[in-house]
Unconditional design. Sequence first.
Length: 201
Amino acid sequence: MQHAVPHAALPTRASRARRVIVLLLVTILATATALLASPATPTSAATQTLKPTTVVANGAPWRYLSSATAPAANWKTLTTGWTVANAPFGRGINTGTISTRLPTVTPKAPLSSYFRKSFTINGAIPAKTTVTTWADDGVVVWVNGREVGRSNVATGSVTNKTYATKAPPSGAARATPVTFTVPASALVAGHNVLAVQVISN
């Protein structure tokens, strides 16, 4: 079931310059399972600090699609196709600092833009993995095809015609990033795919 916010509840495209901005940072915490299973004493295991490692950094290259046509049904797990460019991405005015300006789509910009990024986990699955992002207006994040979080998007299925539930200004979106925890069960050793849909009312 699609959940969409009526046009009347949101600024119109004519009255508000549309902005699409996405920034993602994926951080993993070295596996605690391996630490606790090691021969170390309970005291050393409890006091040792685990060092976070960033696997998808700000400014990394992403595959993206900004089109009036919806992507293929399996877009969240594909690893080829689409244009490659560096994040952060933006469109419109007052975007702040961006690396890639999304192309103009006529006659009007699409509600959703789509992004994919492959990353590798070497060795054991991390004890904790987080995705930190901000987007104007709504964002949904998947890892290997499994949803791990959404912000300003109603529950239920999401399509290329779904509206965000809020339309924060770009500055407000930047000032309030959101962080999602990725379940260990969503990850695999080796190749993984992070997929993002950004909705801009």
